[in-house]
Design a protein around this ligand. Structure first.
Ligand SMILES: [Ca+2]
Ligand SMILES: [Ca+2]
Ligand SMILES: [Ca+2]
Ligand SMILES: [Ca+2]
Length: 213
């Protein structure tokens, strides 16, 4: 005779009864140990993302223990604290999100992080796997504002700001004033001034912002 035990680790005593044709009953017992089997991971992968966006981490897992529940621990590889996710018995796949705030280190247009995942059943059996996520830098978007006109020889002031989906800093502002003068600042600034020597004239001001990547 065969039987499948749903959950381990545990100890069970098997008792067999044999009855003869005169109604006599004999018994025998056997004590067996049922071991837990650790869950196993498959197909762990992560989507590449632009900085500021959510990466989707997916994977599958199997466990012959149909009553086991599961805890997934994810180390996202970007210095954030490991996260845990709980799954009910019978679960065989997962899909979780994580926002990457930057492509570290600075000076590179994209960087890879190693994501380490561990699936553990409620009997402490576990398996660990890893995958790579590529995070891409996104260019900053500068915004400028200033008065529409100025007198020749007077100081003209431009106000500067920027947005960036990453937690980036601006390492260079370049301002092309339109009259042949160009100013470059190797730091983040919020305003800049310039004197136009000759009017009347119309100039187009162009600004370039460079982030740390
Ligand atoms: Ca198990
Ligand atoms: Ca980088
Ligand atoms: Ca960046
Ligand atoms: Ca950026």
């Amino acid at each position: 005779a065969s039987h499948t035990y749903a959950d381990g680790p545990d100890t069970y005593t098997i008792t067999a009864y044999a009855t003869d044709d005169d109604g006599g009953i004999g018994t025998a017992t056997l004590t067996i140990t049922v071991n837990n089997v650790a869950p196993s991971l498959g197909d762990v992968s992560a989507t590449s993302v632009n900085e500021g966006d959510d990466c989707i981490l997916t994977g599958t897992f199997t466990d012959p223990g149909v009553e086991d529940t599961f805890t997934l621990t994810v180390n996202w590889g970007d210095g954030s604290l490991p996260e845990t996710f709980e799954y009910a018995a019978g679960t065989t796949e997962f899909s979780e999100l994580h926002q990457y705030l930057d492509d570290n280190p600075s000076g590179t247009a994209s960087d890879d992080y190693e994501i380490i995942v561990t699936i553990e059943d409620d009997d402490l059996g576990s398996e660990t796997a890893s995958t790579i996520v590529s995070v891409y830098n996104v260019d900053p978007t500068p915004t400028i504002s200033g008065l529409p006109d100025v007198d020749e020889g007077a100081l003209y002031t431009l106000t500067l700001s920027f947005t960036d989906p990453g937690t980036d800093t601006i390492v260079q502002w370049q301002i092309v004033w339109g009259d042949g003068d160009v100013d470059t600042f190797f730091t983040d600034i919020t305003s800049a001034s310039h004197t136009y020597a000759e009017g009347p004239n119309t100039y187009t001001i162009t600004v370039y912002a460079t982030d740390d990547d």
